[in-house]
Structure formats: C-alpha cells, structure tokens
Design a protein around this ligand. Structure first.
Ligand code: PXL
Length: 278
C-alpha cells in the first residue's frame, strides 16, 4: 500500500490540517501517517482556543520513524507554527524524501492580500525556502505573490483584465525549476467564478468552479490532500485538480446552504466518494 506522511496540527474543531488529510488520503486507499506538530482545541480562527505546541517532540518522533526504516511515497506539509518548526520540517525532508517521494508543500502564509498574524517575515522566508524543495506547491494568490516577490495590490489591479488568468499562470511558471515541477494556484476569483490554475513545465490549464459564500476553514488542506494522494497514485495533475475542485464545490455548497460557520469548515465527509471517480 502507498504511504503519505502528513506533517501538520490536529485541531478539535475546524475540519482542517490532519482532520482533513487523514480521511481524504485514507479514502483513496493510501496509508496516512500523521506527524502532529501541535494539538489545538480548535483552529486559530476561533476567538478562543487551547494550543499545545509539539515542536519540542519533533526530533524524537522523527527519530523513531527513522529507526523503523519506513519510506514514504508522499510527504505533505501545510500550516507551520514557528520558524523553528520550519527548520525541523526542512531536516525531515532531507532525511525522508527519496527520488520516488512526491513532496507537496502547501505554502500556508496568507490570504486575501494579508499575511496571517502568526506568520512573521522570518517564517514566510522559511516557507519560501521549503517550497523550493517541493515537487508540487499549492499557493493561493496572496501566497503566490509572496513566493514570487510581487505586491498583491499590483496583481489585483489586473483582476478585471481578460488576460488575468494567463498573467497569473505566467507568474506561477516563473517559479518552476528542476525540482519544482508544478505550481497549482488555488481559489482565484475572476468574473464571478473561482479558478484553480495548473502550471507545469510544458502545459498550463485551469479548472473553474462555482462560488458559494466566502472562504471556509480547511479548504486548502482538503485540496492539497487530494492532490498529494492522486499524485502518489500517478493520476495526471489536471485530472486530480478536476476531482479536487468538484469535491470542494459540492462540500462548500452543502455547507453554504446549511449555514455552517466558516470556522467550522465544510461538509466534505458527505462527498468522499467523489474522490474515487477517475
Ligand atoms: O487550514 C489551515 C490551518 C491549519 N491549522 C491551523 C489553522 C489553520 C488556519 O487558520 O489555524 C491550526
């Protein structure tokens, strides 16, 4: 059986990070090995939560995995709690990534033109360095701007132009390298629809979805988990992104009509079957 290591927090409420990755990856017939970086009573969007930082346990946990001698078909990283944790994740990648491992880095840092409160400049720089080691990254538009060194306000000025999606694609292309084989820019709003833009060395395409309400907790984590699992299974990225977009559109639609609070995440549990359709 294929195996993916997921480095991330576990939050009691918010349907994000590990509570999103474990069901998605498992439902695709892949063993999901959680590497918990923190335990939270609820994700950080809630007005109050208890945060148990597991950074001091990181090395001992990784050492035990090394002793077991297991290897991974995929490694997935997302939300990072501190610069020290970023360094530890870098060393984890050095130890566990082989030439057969798909490394998907979701460069969680920012959204809607704003850097998250818990992400310092130092942490953003470290996330940018980790992203360079990845095979696939899944930034939203704000994170793409940070990675490419562009001002979000300059990019958004073009958001009414016919060539907007092509322009974002060209920015994403500029990040591709010998290591970084694919950049998937997620959740770009354009002319009343939401676009996921897939940029690979010799191809570029986009998949559109309908918009229901604003942003919800955990959608980026669910998306990255689907893409990592599908990549490990050898599914072409365009098809993986089509499946992930359909899965998210249905889950967001259900939550929107139910009136779910954005912090509580989306009703993805009802639609895990959609993931198997390719
Ligand atoms: O979904 C990203 C995420 C993951 N983990 C925690 C978070 C967030 C976003 O706010 O707070 C703890």
């Amino acid at each position: 059986m294929k195996r993916i290591a997921v480095i991330g927090d576990i939050s009691g409420f918010g349907r994000c990070s590990l509570t999103a990755s474990i069901p998605v990856i498992s439902s695709l017939g892949i063993e999901c090995c959680p590497f918990p970086t923190a335990v939270l009573s609820a994700q950080t969007g809630y007005s109050s939560y208890h945060f148990i930082d597991l950074t001091s346990e990181f090395t001992a946990y990784a050492n035990e995995w090394q002793k077991l001698g297991y290897s991974f078909d995929g490694i997935l990283t997302g939300y990072i709690a501190s610069p020290l944790q970023a360094d530890l994740i870098s060393s984890f990648i050095e130890k566990f990534k082989t030439e057969n491992t798909v490394l998907l880095v979701d460069p969680v840092m920012a959204d809607d033109g704003e850097i998250y409160g818990t992400y310092s400049n130092e942490l953003c720089e470290k996330v940018t360095e980790i992203a360079k080691k990845a095979d696939i990254i899944t930034p939203n538009l704000t994170e793409l701007c940070v990675l490419a060194g562009l001002e979000y306000s300059d990019v958004i000025l073009k958001s009414e132009d016919d060539g907007y999606i092509e322009f974002i694609g060209s920015v994403a292309d500029s990040l591709l390298s010998n290591t970084l084989k694919a950049v998937i820019v997620t959740g770009v709003r354009f002319k009343g629809e939401i676009y996921n833009i897939v940029c690979e060395k010799n191809s570029r395409c986009h998949i559109k979805s309908q918009i229901f309400g604003g942003s919800y907790s955990g959608t980026g984590d669910l998306f990255a988990s689907v893409i990592c699992a599908k990549a490990v299974l050898g599914v072409p990225l365009k098809s993986a992104v089509e499946t992930a977009s359909k899965f998210l559109e249905k889950s967001v639609k259900s939550s929107f009509y139910e009136g779910t609070d954005r912090n509580d995440g989306i009703n993805f549990q009802k639609y895990l079957e959609v993931l198997k359709n390719d």
